[in-house]
Design a protein around this ligand. Sequence first.
Ligand code: ZN
Length: 71
Amino acid sequence: MRSESDTSNMTSLALDLRHHPAVREIRCECAVCGVHATGWQVYSLGAECHNCGSYEMRPVSVSQPTVIRAA
Ligand SMILES: [Zn+2]
């Protein structure tokens, strides 16, 4: 038999996530060791270095690898 409460719990969680502002994945660079990582920009940049554990991450500009230039 299906549990109705479990289903509604999962639904409300999904709805709650949808109310969050758009999260952008941005490429970051550790200010301490220089390791690149993926961070999330919501209100502010949130990222943690997986190498040294520092939160001092700064966004790096990524060059688009799929840019097609007309010759
Ligand atoms: Zn680091």
